[in-house]
Design a protein around this ligand. Sequence first.
Ligand code: B12
Length: 214
Amino acid sequence: MSQDIFERLKSAVEGLDEEAAVAAAREAIDAGIDPFEAIDKGLSPAMQTISDLFDEGEMYVPQILIAAEAFDSAMKVLMEKLSVEEASKGKRGKVIVHTVQGDIHDIGKGIVGTMMAANGFEVIDLGRDVPVEEVVKVAQEQNVDIVTGSALMTTTMPSQRDIVNLLKEEGYRDKCKVMFGGAPVTKEWVDQIGGDGFADNAADAVVVAKELVE
Ligand code: B12
């Protein structure tokens, strides 16, 4: 039953069908399915398929935007009862999520933030195209335990290095952990720029974040 709903969520987003995505999300809620499981097993893999189709030249920007809207609307339904803020009990620590300066790709960042919140982190979502200075300022002001940043373009990955360097300059690097991700980001890159953690999907991001704060 759950598997069937996950499959419908996935194919609705892949099929650019916002109405069907919303209907499947409602069904998931009515069936008492954990919203985070629906995101992890239905919505998240659908966006992965969309990315792959785009990379293979089988899909174009207008279609991507429709898929992103279907994704967002379904996500809103799934999160209706359980807002990210409510889910954030903050027991595990405070985390900043954002998409780095110059980069507006925020779908993966949103999934990572939602999954972190679902797992007991207090999530501060700064949005997308966030200046390096703002990230570091909020980290200090809010006493954040983990600073994360998402970059989807090779051209914006250097902002991740700038974040590490500015944290050092401001004397906050030793007080927090730093985790990065996004499609072009690798563990090698994160090691090279002096970050602490990397994951290539939201579920593993949570595992790594838990390890970092333990
Ligand atoms: C959707 C999309 C868009 C949408 C974005 C909508 C939105 N609200 O996000 C739109 C159409 C607006 C768009 C615009 C552009 N795009 Co675009 N886009 C994509 C596409 C197809 C999919 C990205 C996506 O959402 N994937 C699905 C999510 C779920 O995956 P994800 O983000 O990787 O996240 C997962 C993991 O990486 C990880 N993760 C993510 N963040 C983090 C953070 C941490 C801390 C951790 C641990 C893990 C983690 O977990 C996530 C969930 O599993 C990619 C192709 C690709 N292969 O990535 C191109 C792509 C990223 N875009 C690209 C480009 C060039 C652009 C534009 C510049 C195009 C243009 N000429 O206008 C603009 C960007 C302008 C800007 N300043 O940012 C290029 C980048 C090339 C490069 N330089 O590296 C790509 C790779 C396409 C390509 N092959 O050319 N894009």
